[in-house]
Design a protein around this ligand. Structure first.
Ligand code: 5GP
Length: 189
């Protein structure tokens, strides 16, 4: 996606060899026009899949997931980081290691919101080592739902998440693939 690449080059900050900060348009401040284009692009790519629900994880996946769901005309569900929920047996639960925070989060999705009749499209902001996507895939499996695919705004192709998911036969579509962040330089694949 050309506009996304331009935005990353103009406003992205390379924090280290493996972390890109995009707080200006995706992770803190959100560019709604860009999110709309992202939603349109994902909707186009997955339009043949008869998606019934978009699934993401709070908080940074919500903006692109919402715009995709709007285009597809379906609801979006976001996995919530579990805090003081006690009724665990009415939730699908998955443990996800956060790459950026270096901590394990337990995320939950209400059993009422995902069923074995759903065809689920997972959307997230970044793909690094694949833990977030795998945790969401686990939730889809627990619900007995069909996984239509995974849509990623920015894939860091030098990390192994994308390769692992694709090897497992999962359709992964990334709008932008970054080959390297070495020496403070953003290099696209
Ligand atoms: P993974 O679970 O694939 O290792 O990492 C993906 C998750 O970590 C995403 O949900 C995203 O929030 C966060 N993340 C991973 N890499 C980056 C990065 O370079 N920049 C930002 N802002 N978030 C990242």
């Amino acid at each position: 996606m050309k506009r996304l690449k331009e935005k990353i080059l103009k406003e992205g900050l390379v924090l280290s060899e493996d972390i890109l900060k995009v707080d200006n348009f995706l992770n803190h401040q959100i560019d709604p026009v860009l999110m709309q284009e992202i939603g349109q692009e994902f909707a186009k790519q997955f339009q043949q899949e008869s998606v019934s629900k978009v699934l993401t994880i709070e908080s940074s996946g919500i903006a692109p997931a919402l715009m995709t769901a709007l285009e597809l005309g379906v609801p979006v569900v976001f996995a919530r980081k579990k805090k003081s929920l006690t009724l665990t047996d009415s939730f699908y639960e998955s443990k996800i290691f956060s790459f950026t925070k270096q901590e394990i989060n337990t995320v939950v999705v209400s059993k009422k919101l995902l069923t074995n009749e759903d065809r689920v499209l997972i959307i997230d902001d970044f793909l690094a080592n694949g833990q977030a996507a795998e945790g969401l895939i686990e939730v889809v499996k627990m619900a007995g739902a069909h996984l239509s695919g995974v849509g990623i705004v920015i894939e860091k192709a030098f990390q192994n998440g994308g390769a692992r998911l694709r090897q497992a036969g999962i359709r992964v579509e990334s709008l932008v693939e970054i080959a390297s962040l070495a020496n403070g330089q953003i290099t696209f694949k």
